[in-house]
Ligand binder design. Sequence first.
Ligand SMILES: NC(=O)c1ccc[n+]([C@@H]2O[C@H](COP(=O)([O-])OP(=O)(O)OC[C@H]3O[C@@H](n4cnc5c(N)ncnc54)[C@H](OP(=O)(O)O)[C@@H]3O)[C@@H](O)[C@H]2O)c1
Length: 292
Amino acid sequence: MIWLIGTKGMLGAEAARLFEAQGMQYLGTDREVDITHGERLTAFAQAQGPISWIVNCAAYTAVDRAEDEPLICGRINRDGAANIARTAAEIGAKLIHISTDYVFNGKGSRPYREDDEPCPLGVYGRTKREGEAAILESHEAAYIIRTSWLYGAYGKNFVTTMLRLMEERDRLSVVHDQRGSPTWAYDLAQLMLRLITAPAAGRTIPYGIYHFSNEGNISWFDFAVEIYREAQERGLVTRPCILNPCSSAEFPAKVTRPGYSVLDKSKIKAALGIDIPDWKRSLHSFLPHQRA
Ligand SMILES: NC(=O)c1ccc[n+]([C@@H]2O[C@H](COP(=O)([O-])OP(=O)(O)OC[C@H]3O[C@@H](n4cnc5c(N)ncnc54)[C@H](OP(=O)(O)O)[C@@H]3O)[C@@H](O)[C@H]2O)c1
């Protein structure tokens, strides 16, 4: 059985839907099984039937709020990840844990590789990095997947926010000086499924850190332009909205976002023998699921 943690979040909900559609036997939990309580977590796991995989999509993801709540953020992203890893080790389960491009400072000029030195810019990125380190220390059978710019059907995210604002406003300013790769939550859920089914397909995937996002890299402004174009075509946005490129300095936030957040995905592609959909193709597949 698979234990999927964080099923009420954007990625967790997507994974739950996919596992269900594939007829996979899984147990889903969210806040009701608090990952910050290590002993209770292990006791919960031991009370279930045999669990062969734990997939952790739970996290503290409010990047700016984290600056005011560093302890809470650390308890979830660092201690929670460590608790899950210890539980997985205890019950002999393999672990898939999701991490982030925010472990890097975004000052690079070529796609980040898994062995590039992390250098997070804020509390969220730092605690996610600490979570990675805690997992690597306490459980050998773990896959840590760093992803970026996640969007999907089940939570507030850039695409759904843009669709709403484009319908409400005549003009929108969107930053052009942050570059990265969008990731459709469905594609990442598929990736997790591939990892889980790899042994049955005769593939041995070495444990460790991997990078995954959709292919291609763009600015938030470029992303908004494409969302607008597609949404207009599909009748999801019914009125004109002018998009203006602006700089990050015009949108002051508590935490500086990485300027260059592109992840090198060669390792995961080679390990699984997969091609990854381009960001435009995935956006194109996602939008029909949005209601006008
Ligand atoms: N969103 C992005 O753009 C992005 C980018 C890169 C990486 N990631 C990573 O991708 C993963 C999934 O992100 P997401 O956007 O799907 O996150 P999300 O929507 O915020 O979902 C996280 C879920 O975890 C739950 N949770 C929080 N604390 C918990 C606890 N102590 N015990 C049990 N559950 C708890 C949350 O509940 P509450 O809602 O009640 O807090 C929420 O249901 C995370 O690891 C995140 O760091 C996300």
